[in-house]
Design a protein around this ligand. Sequence first.
Ligand code: GLC
Length: 485
Amino acid sequence: MTMKKSYILSCLLSLCCFQIFAMNPGNEEPDKMQWWNEAKFGMFIHWGPYSMYGGVYKGHQQRFGGAEWIFNRCKIPYLEYRENASHFHPDRFNADSLVLLAKKAGMKYLVFTTKHHDGFAMFKSDASEFNILDYTSFGRDIVDEVASACKRYDMKLGFYYSQEQDWGNPGGATARRPMNQGWAHPDSLLIDEYTQTHSGSWDGFQQTKSFEEYFNDVSLPQIKELLDRYGKDLSVIFFDYPVKTTKEQAAKVLDLLKEYPHIIINDRLQKPDYPGDYKTPENMVPKAEDVEGLYWESCMSIGNSWGYKSWDTRWKSPATIVNYLISIASLGGNLLLNVGPDAQGIVRPEESGCLVEVGKWMEGYGSIIYGSSRSGLKPSWGKVIRKDEGKRTVLYLCVDKWPDNGELTLEGDWRPRKATILQNGMPLRFSKGKGCLIVDVPEKAPETTLAGTPVIIRLELTKRLPAERLFTNSEKSVGNHGLDG
Ligand code: GLC
């Protein structure tokens, strides 16, 4: 065979192999979950005119919940909130810096709030004038800037879209929250009475349309606008959150999505008929048994709010984030970590600094996270991440509690080839114990580059273990979460 022929043949062969691996078994569709399942770490961004309040209204700190809820929790009058939003002018926002920050942290995708519950679209919309182009003098389409930056830097793009809660467009859902979650409004009692008899709404403007009208006039057309513009490049839609969306309404959204079979959606479009592709536990690591065999993603903030809260002081440390990543990866999930830029569009140093540190750890050890899968092991000393590397499975033993007898035990009948401490390359001896493997470890735990993160032992097995078959929510219908900030 000539060089040229054999080259063409090998190209064809590798193409076929790629196709086989990229398919769902027994399914003609390419597996849209594959990249997502391998990515493991993404950036969530909550940003809109609510960041102008920073969690403070009339000098009062919002008493409860995420600062992106200030419109509702503090019961800001409809026209007042809209008027304030018209001054949203985030001159210092730079989509490139945001995407590069995500890259630096080792994140592989990004989910941006195109419209949160306040109803303000961060993109030009013909369905509602309450959008960044028509309602402000800013003159820039933020969503477009984020989408182009993602394209430029090869970052997977995801949109958050609040399809049901909408406090700034008439007819949108207005979840009822009592005044004691907002501020000491002198008319608190009256307001609470009003919201009780008006399905949670606190301002007459909100009820000038029905939810059905809102859904057909704003929500659905805006989803279509976003899909028409970005559908081809879009990888994820994070809907939020379903209480009154009907099966018929959700079906209309799904109809729009038919053209884009590569787009992954979360579990918050409509309950219980459309459970979506993946589960979204919020601000927590779920119990192992609740997510077994499923695709799932925990979303969390670095601070204590999704949207910018000027008085936030509770920041997660880089080590805490790394430990969450490890726990989540050991259970086969993804981490969507949130930042909330300020009114100018700046990600504050508490958040960016944390991301840079996490990024340093990821640079050294991210390979144990990306493409990993659930190990199903629950040792008392830490977490175990499974990674299939070529012909073999490797177990990464992440040791939080270093044994004081020099022996680390792993229950089960394991046949390793070798064991090494990842941090310093030190080879370890191992032997078979009663119903377990015993790895001999040094008396003193070696130093880690980031204090408070575990020592990692790379345990290479002699063969590759059978892969776990994962299901999307829709394939395996389960209950989901209806949460709020
Ligand atoms: C919620 C909230 C919200 C936040 C989100 C993040 O459902 O209402 O403010 O955007 O969860 O997961």
